[in-house]
Design a protein around this ligand. Structure first.
Ligand code: LMR
Length: 398
């Protein structure tokens, strides 16, 4: 049965993690996978997570099954986090939220659900988008098309071209948008642009599908969900997937959510039963631990405050690193303007290098980054920033 199988090459992002791990060079830098690292290069467990885990260990009395939708407490708290309490109440029964195995699980669950509702639906995704969007959505059967998004020359959003392309979508089509901290480019829609997208969706009838993987890592928890909240307030239908991997640092615990807003409570009730059956048919139920931790934190004033404080520290560190990298690159006497790195948001920006230059950085300098020259800003620290800037300059000058 397996004799004709060919091995596949490693995942472009996860493969870098493995290569970095085995590199003996003491100066090696990992700017590949989107994982937050502190000044010491560690991805520590957040304080509030540790405290919530201790409570769970003490208080949990059963490990019995929950349900395909996961924990109701988690789902309501996360809906508050994503939508805000007032909007959650306003939406009432038009909204349904599912706990999912990470953001990836949420994206796939949504795609499988859409595939049931309307097989082969068209979904427009930004060019570029996160590499794993394509298999997560496409392998469920959705038909993927792209819309122009990032201008590599001007380091800005190609907003007019984007709007022109997404205006070809109509009722029954979907448009995937990054809620904040665009992965891979870090360039986000501003409020006026979100407004224009909302008006276009209203006029054309397509359903926006928002991936909110980095809430809290851009401008703040509420600011980062501006687009989600605006679209949820104004449109009849919306799909939102959120992740707790980055903002709670729960990566391996696979904790995320899928929210569907329908135009009536009847439609939302039907969606709930369909999504439940879909989850049951794929993984039955999502893993519990991470969601219980998040529910515990969000329900407790003290833990919540400490979590928000630590998340603010994370966000500020990333933003400071962005400024510091620009300063360091400017010292190298290159004929290039890197100031866009400071304007962009979240963990990622493109350095603007060719794939060949990226390979030189990996092979000759042990600096690991994705072929597109996307870097994880959080992999930078005060001990490696100078070496990083000098290495980039050496590659650009050679
Ligand atoms: C990334 O883009 O690096 C992260 O979202 C991690 C992943 O799973 O690819």
């Amino acid at each position: 049965m397996f004799e004709r199988l060919n091995p596949l090459s490693a995942d472009p992002i996860l493969g870098l993690m493995a290569a970095h791990r085995t590199d003996p060079n003491p100066r090696k830098i990992d700017l590949g996978v989107g994982v937050y690292k502190d000044e010491q290069g560690n991805t520590a467990v957040m304080r509030a997570v540790k405290a919530a885990e201790a409570r769970l260990l003490q208080n949990q009395t059963t490990k019995t099954y929950v349900s395909p939708a996961g924990s109701a407490a988690f789902n309501e708290r996360v809906a508050d986090l994503v939508l805000g309490t007032t909007l959650r109440h306003t939406l009432g029964d038009r909204r349904t939220t599912f706990q999912t195995p990470g953001g990836c699980g949420g994206l796939r669950l949504a795609a499988e659900f859409i595939q049931k509702v309307k097989p082969g639906s068209k979904i427009l995704v930004s060019d570029p988008t996160w590499a794993n969007h394509i298999p997560l959505l496409g392998e469920a059967g959705l038909q993927i098309e792209t819309y122009p998004y990032y201008d590599h020359n001007n380091h800005g959003i190609r907003f007019d071209a984007m709007m022109e392309q997404i205006s070809t979508a109509g009722a029954g089509d979907l448009v995937l948008l990054h809620g904040c901290c665009h992965n891979p480019c870090g360039a986000d829609l501003n409020q006026a642009q979100w407004q224009a997208v909302a008006e276009l969706a209203q006029r054309k009838g397509f359903t926006p599908f928002i991936d909110l993987a980095y809430q809290g890592l851009g401008d703040g928890l509420a600011d980062d969900s501006f687009g989600v909240r605006l679209l949820a307030e104004t449109l009849p239908e919306l799909i939102v997937v959120s992740s707790c991997s980055k903002n709670f640092g729960l990566y391996r615990e696979r904790t995320g959510s899928l929210t569907v807003i329908a135009d009536s409570s009847n439609a939302a009730r039907a969606a709930t039963s369909q999504i439940s059956a879909t989850a049951r048919g794929i993984y039955s139920m999502p893993p519990d631990h991470g969601a219980s931790v998040v529910a515990e934190i969000l329900a407790d004033t003290e833990l919540n405050q400490d979590w928000e404080l630590e998340l603010t520290e994370v966000r500020e560190r990333i933003n400071n690193l962005r400024s510091a990298l620009v300063v360091e690159l400017n010292k190298q006497g290159l004929d290039r303007d890197f100031s866009f790195i400071e304007q962009e948001k979240g963990m990622f920006s493109f350095l603007g290098l060719s794939a060949g230059q990226v390979h030189t950085l990996i092979n000759d300098y042990s600096i690991y980054l994705v072929d597109s020259s996307r870097i994880n800003i959080a992999g930078i620290n005060s001990s490696n920033i100078e070496y990083l800037a000098q290495s980039i300059a050496a590659v650009l000058k050679s």
